[in-house]
Design a protein around this ligand. Structure first.
Ligand code: ATP
Ligand code: MG
Length: 605
């Protein structure tokens, strides 16, 4: 999985024109704040222009000296050192104020638009269907989104502004040097682009190498996340050494890549310095010749050199900025991919009034199913089935038979690959998804608790419920039996994912959630499997209250719990091979009979 997604990640690094065009859409998120942004651009212009004037005045200082010696220089007519210094001071004041506002204004726009982007990305992610999460690792998604967002933060905050500033510096700088001496300028311009272009090519190569290092670093982060998430499994299997070696292998690789990276970066720096100083010396040599032949004054030459350094620095800066922008385009593309992708539920449509369904009928018609990523494994084969309303239906079958899958299909986590499911005589895909799901309550096989309190975790079943209802649900699920023994009672924190609770305690919280939801259709997937006999009896009590007159699907391994079921379905090889009440199935002496007896025998022993 990591391999696969990494490949697609890399493929996207090649940035086509189309990608650039598409990425431009990210500026839509700046639009609401465009006036602030424009103000920011104005302050940017002011600070850039003032920094461009600076070398001119500095050179002018030399000009004053020249004039005292009787030279011709009087470009700006500043023949007074004091007024020049005063001007310089004013320039600095303007520049410092403009810089403050530039950073502040761009900061506001960036923070606002990135908040919007973060929100929409989360909104999209939470609205994605389960298949998306089957195909994407959460850790990878999380790290990718967070690094992409921080890349964009940097881009909006500094890169774009800096890019504009450098462009302005180059344009104005070239105008100024042309004005000073077009001849020397042409010599200089014949060199700088060569340096710039070779730097860009070299830089691109370096980027490719550092990209590999980035990927590798993401890889080792995934290893870290996986090991720590599964820390209990790691420890129970005494796999610390295995996990460490896995991590070490990946950090070693990162280390090698990082070192190669360092060599090339060093070579790059060396190359740039050599070429840059080489070209500066060359320009100085030519300039000196012109000064000697009196075609250029000392002051002009000094100004020229200052501008040349500025232009060269801007060229150098721009090539690394282009790298940053390219990275940002990649990040933008990935974020836009999430933003523009299909989702199953949008938060707007999710906040609807609950209208009851499952009133008349639940019917499977020729339903077949395989998981989208495992098309060769048919889990359900042409199922035809009617689930009675207001009654209890049980599903039994061996491990991996597809019982939980059936529950997930009913929840519309997955759609049938063939056939249809009719609810109240209407294809279930035609119901509003949020409303549809709000009519169902699933007590899943693997219970996930959020890191809050027991109370909060129960209230999660219906966030609109009041305290009384939550406490009642807790009582019905017999939660008091253990919360009474906790110092903080219902306010006890459950720890990360509920690790501080036992399996049976977690199950009871999940049952309380379901009770609180008061669903039209209740699905229990091994809801009492982690309970001991005594607790199961108590919870069963709560459950039978909950199940009474309610449409329910109960999945269970322990067949003794199913005696009340109206209809028991035996699932095997993707088909329901037997069905009936407990009594009728026992007297049939088929698979169910055998299952029942083998279980009871083991109980007897
Ligand atoms: N997300 C998934 N993607 C692909 N295959 C899956 C996925 N989830 C389950 N499967 C496969 O589908 C089959 C049925 O799994 P399911 O969880 O429905 O079995 P089950 O009857 O609930 O078993 P158990 O009694 O052990 O809970 C299994 O072969 C399983 O490997
Ligand atoms: Mg299951």
């Amino acid at each position: 999985m990591i391999q696969k997604s990494r490949k697609t990640y890399e493929k996207k690094e090649k940035i086509s024109f189309n990608t650039w065009k598409k990425s431009f859409k990210i500026f839509n998120y700046i639009k609401p704040y465009k006036w602030i942004y424009i103000l920011g651009l104005i302050t940017l212009l002011i600070s850039s222009v003032s920094s461009i004037i600076f070398p001119y005045l500095l050179g002018g200082l030399l000009g004053v000296e020249d004039q005292e010696k009787g030279s011709q220089f009087s470009l700006m007519d500043f023949n007074n050192i004091n007024s020049l210094f005063a001007l310089l001071l004013i320039l600095f004041i303007i520049q410092s104020i403009a810089s403050f506002f530039r950073i502040y204004l761009f900061g506001i726009v960036t923070e606002n638009s990135l908040r919007d982007i973060r929100e929409i990305v989360f909104r999209k992610l939470i609205g994605k269907n389960i298949t998306f999460y089957d195909n994407n690792k959460v850790g990878e998604l999380q790290s990718r989104v967070s690094s992409d967002v921080s890349l964009l933060t940097e881009t909006f905050n500094t890169t774009l502004a800096e890019f504009l500033r450098q462009i302005l510096t180059i344009i104005f700088g070239i105008l100024f040097i042309m004005f000073i001496s077009w001849k020397l300028s042409l010599i200089m311009l014949a060199i700088v682009p060569v340096v710039a272009i070779s730097a860009v090519f070299f830089g691109k190569f370096i980027k490719k190498i550092s990209k590999q290092a980035q990927d590798q670093s993401a890889n080792s982060n995934i290893v870290l996340l996986e090991s720590l998430n599964g820390i209990r499994n790691v420890k129970s299997m005494v796999n610390e050494v295995f996990e460490f070696n896995r991590f070490k292998k990946s950090t070693d690789k990162l280390n090698t890549l990082g070192k190669t990276n360092a060599i090339w970066r060093g070579l790059f720096a060396g190359f740039i310095i050599l070429v840059m100083f080489g070209s500066i010396i060359f320009v100085i040599w030519n300039g000196m010749k012109m000064v000697n032949s009196n075609t250029l004054t000392n002051a002009e030459f000094f100004q020229f050199l200052l501008y040349t350094v500025m232009i060269a620095a801007s060229f150098g800066g721009i090539s690394s900025l282009i790298g940053n922008i390219q990275k940002a385009v990649g990040a933008t593309e990935r974020l836009l991919e999430i933003i523009n992708s299909e989702i199953e539920i949008d938060i707007e449509s999710a906040t609807i009034q609950k209208t009851p369904i499952f009133k008349k009928s639940i019917e499977f018609k020729n339903v077949s199913f395989h998981y989208p990523n495992r098309s060769d494994l048919e889990i359900l084969k042409n199922i035809n089935l009617k689930i009675p309303i207001g009654k209890q239906t049980a599903i039994v079958g061996g491990s991996g038979a597809g019982k939980s899958t059936l529950a997930q299909i009913l929840l519309r986590f997955y759609e049938p690959t063939n056939g249809e499911i009719l609810i109240d005589n209407k294809n279930y895909l035609n119901y509003n998804l949020s409303n549809y799901r709000s009519n169902i309550s699933l007590v899943p096989q693997e219970i996930f608790l959020f890191g809050g309190s027991i109370y909060e975790n129960i209230a999660y079943g219906d966030v609109t419920a009041n305290e009384k209802a939550v406490n009642e649900a807790a009582k019905m699920a017999n939660i008091n039996e253990f919360t009474d023994r906790f110092e903080d009672g219902m306010e006890t924190l459950v720890g990360d994912r509920g690790v501080q609770l036992s399996g049976g305690q977690k199950q009871r919280i999940a049952i309380a959630r379901a009770i609180l939801r008061n669903p039209s259709l209740l699905i229990l997937d091994e809801a009492t499997s982690a309970l001991d006999n005594r607790t199961e009896n108590i919870v069963q009590d709560a459950l039978s209250k909950l199940l009474k007159n309610r449409t329910s699907i109960v999945i269970a391994h322990r067949l003794t719990t199913l005696k009340d079921a109206e209809n028991i379905l035996v699932l095997s090889n993707g088909e329901f091979i037997e069905n009936g009440t407990h009594q009728s199935l026992i007297s049939k002496k088929g698979i169910y009979y055998n299952l029942y007896h083998s279980q009871n025998k083991s109980v007897d022993n």
